[in-house]
Design a binder for this molecule. Structure first.
Ligand code: ADP
Ligand code: MG
Length: 353
């Protein structure tokens, strides 16, 4: 599908706003260079996102948002209602991937190994020592719905755990306490269901925190990840299964840990991964033969609506109602509503064009 007018949506109100602006600017420049009629929509605090998206003249939205209210299905839901195809995963998949607890529950259901964990919220934090019980140390504490290592810290004893939980609770009402896994870190890129490869990440400080992620020179990268062939394939396969468990679409990055003792764990799936030319997903895609501009075009070409089939007219049969006159009337009403909605949108577009 080719899209005439494209909006690159960036910014947002999450703690990853600056990262999103960097992704968005890079994507906008690359799409423009590829001859796409692209412009930016920069969402910000206090903005009426619905009016901004509804009022913009676009055939597709390239999402360069990260974090809450951007990567978590909220903006995706607005675009579904407006009938504007968008890049990345569906509302449901975006929401599941953003929520590390729900992701882990699905990983377990699909036999995707993920570090052992428990959940703490504002109320239960007071009984932390009891809840922690014999869980052991060290642990990693993280907000349930954040990104870029924001609010993530390691704790080696109960005092550090209390502090770490308090920190994470500043970012979310619910936090995960996870068993610390001594391991090498690997990220896998997937594009439209095709696994592109795995990169190894070696932060010089030993912690892949916000600074190590975004400060040039603080982390070494090995592409492809330095793993024996069979293990490399295993990691790719595991990442693919993790993405399938959450039913993702488009460009996805899966974060994993691989231990010396041959165990692999999935940490999380990112449905709108960082998109600057030096981000992990573009690095992996680059090694698989995609220049940054080509990668952006490939992602754009996957833009779609997930929640409905826009061309299909409602009929009594399609609604699986009994074929009574009342049912046909109901079906007719439904299709009139759909047609009116389409007409209203078209006239709104021509007014704003
Ligand atoms: N269980 C764990 N054991 C060891 N390191 C971890 C663990 N969980 C997270 N980390 C470290 O913290 C980083 C951020 O954690 P992650 O779950 O990927 O959240 P984010 O969404 O912030 O990227 C990881 O890249 C890894 O370096
Ligand atoms: Mg991560």
């Amino acid at each position: 599908m080719s899209h005439r007018k494209v909006s690159v949506i960036m910014g947002g109100t999450s703690s990853e706003r600056q990262v999103s602006l960097a992704s968005g600017e890079a994507v906008l420049a690359a799409l423009t260079e590829q001859g796409v009629d692209a412009r930016a929509i920069v969402l910000g605090p206090g903005d009426d996102a619905l009016s901004m998206l509804a009022g913009a003249d676009m055939d597709a939205a390239f999402l360069a948002l990260h974090g809450k209210l951007g990567e978590d299905g909220c903006v995706q839901g607005l675009l579904e209602l407006l009938g504007i195809p968008y890049t990345g995963s569906s509302v449901l998949s975006s929401a599941l991937a953003m929520d590390k607890l729900k992701s882990k529950e699905l990983f377990r259901l699909h036999n995707v190994p993920t570090p052992a964990y428990y959940v703490v919220d504002q109320d239960s934090a007071e009984q932390l020592a009891d809840i922690h019980g014999s869980f052991g140390f060290p642990v990693v504490v993280k907000p349930r719905r954040e990104g870029s290592s924001i609010g993530v810290s390691r704790a080696n004893d109960l005092a550090q755990l209390t502090e770490a939980v308090e920190l994470a609770l500043a970012f979310d009402s619910s936090v995960l306490v996870e068993r610390f896994v001594q391991a090498r870190e690997v990220a896998v890129a997937i594009l439209d269901g095709r696994v592109l490869g795995a990169i190894e990440i070696a932060p010089k400080s030993g912690m892949y925190d916000f600074a190590a992620k975004y400060t040039p020179g603080m982390t070494d990268y090995y592409m492809p990840a330095r793993l024996p062939a069979a293990r490399y394939r295993n990691v790719l396969n595991l990442a693919e299964r993790a993405a399938e468990a959450l039913d993702t679409s488009g460009a996805v990055r899966v974060d994993l840990l691989v231990t010396e003792s041959q165990n692999e764990y999935v940490l999380e799936v990112n449905t709108l991964p960082g998109m600057t030319p030096t981000s992990l997903l573009p690095k992996i895609a680059g090694a698989a033969g995609y220049e940054f501009g080509e990668l952006c075009l490939a992602i754009l070409n996957g833009a779609k609506l997930h929640a409905r089939k826009p061309e299909r007219r409602a009929t009594a049969e399609a609604l699986t109602l009994p074929a009574t006159p009342a049912a046909f009337e109901l079906a007719e009403e439904a299709s009139v509503v759909v047609r009116r909605y389409g007409a209203a949108r078209r006239s709104q577009r021509s007014r704003t064009a």
